[in-house]
Design a protein around this ligand. Sequence first.
Ligand code: NAP
Length: 331
Amino acid sequence: MASFRALVVDKAHDGVAVAIRDWSTDRLMDGEVTIRVEYSSVNFKDGLASTADGRVVRSYPLILGVDLAGTVVESADARHAVGDKVIAHGYDIGVAHHGGFAELARVPAGWVVPLPTGLTTRHAMAIGTAGFTAALSVARLEAAGLTPDAGRVIVTGASGGVGSTAVDILAARGYTVAASTGSTDAHDFLRDLGATEILDRAETSAESGRPLERPRWSGAIDAVGGPTFAYLLRTMEYGASIAISGNTGGAPYASTVFPFILRAANVLGIDSVALPLNRRIEIWQRLATDLRPPHLDTTIAHEVSLDETPDQLTAILRGATRGRTIVRINN
Ligand SMILES: NC(=O)c1ccc[n+]([C@@H]2O[C@H](COP(=O)([O-])OP(=O)(O)OC[C@H]3O[C@@H](n4cnc5c(N)ncnc54)[C@H](OP(=O)(O)O)[C@@H]3O)[C@@H](O)[C@H]2O)c1
């Protein structure tokens, strides 16, 4: 493949421009593994990367897409043979290294995860970075002691990629799940995934002068941050943990030390980007087995073409997407 199609962001006189372009293989960046991309997916970070003020892209022009899954077509690393099915996401992909919205990708071997048995490349991209982050959040909460009989677990930004996959994984593991959403049309969607209680985003993002409120959550997965994170700190049960991964609701938050010194609250920072490869492989293995979201194909994910992807990038920044969006590349 001397030239291939790619969705590229580049500097333009009034900011940045995003367009599908023909790209040549000699313009791929360094890496030991070249992959024929079968599927990618749309994440909030891809939306940010497509705008001038998103502040995530560190190299222009750049092929967008923080996620990719496909088949190895060239390899200079013994861990990955031609014909192997693989996944790559995070690290510099889609921000400083050409990403997954392209027919071909070349990445360092140390970023490549073998596709676990039981998942197709399409399944892997239905999960993608957002679903991986949800699974990592569940794994961290359970490692901190959370069990299904502990009480109710809250998921914020529940209709989004991280949130919907988290609701699905938790419900399948027997947790009682409360979903916080600002999308009034997503209530049935969230109940179908297994949420038994729906809270309005207005309640969970409200500011309060009180340092503590009635404790009600035995665990929390928060992809929203800002005032929502402050709400969670005020309302966690004694000794409970919050897995925080996102900031769609803002970055700053106002709180006090009281959730920590009076309720023994734990905050688990969740990062999928720089997570070491061995831990990444372990979470993907679990996504194919005990952390597998059961409603991926039927409810959570829908598919678009590469040509339809720019519209999805603007939609995710407006909060106008639901669940996960798979991008079909070579299929
Ligand atoms: N730490 C990591 O490694 C990591 C990995 C993946 C994602 N993230 C971050 O996690 C967040 C979610 O990513 P995603 O891909 O799941 O995005 P997404 O699909 O757009 O979901 C985000 C959800 O947040 C809620 N939301 C949107 N705007 C909001 C606002 N102004 N105030 C409060 N809630 C709002 C919406 O849910 P409702 O309509 O249901 O309220 C939306 O669906 C992003 O900040 C992303 O950068 C971090």
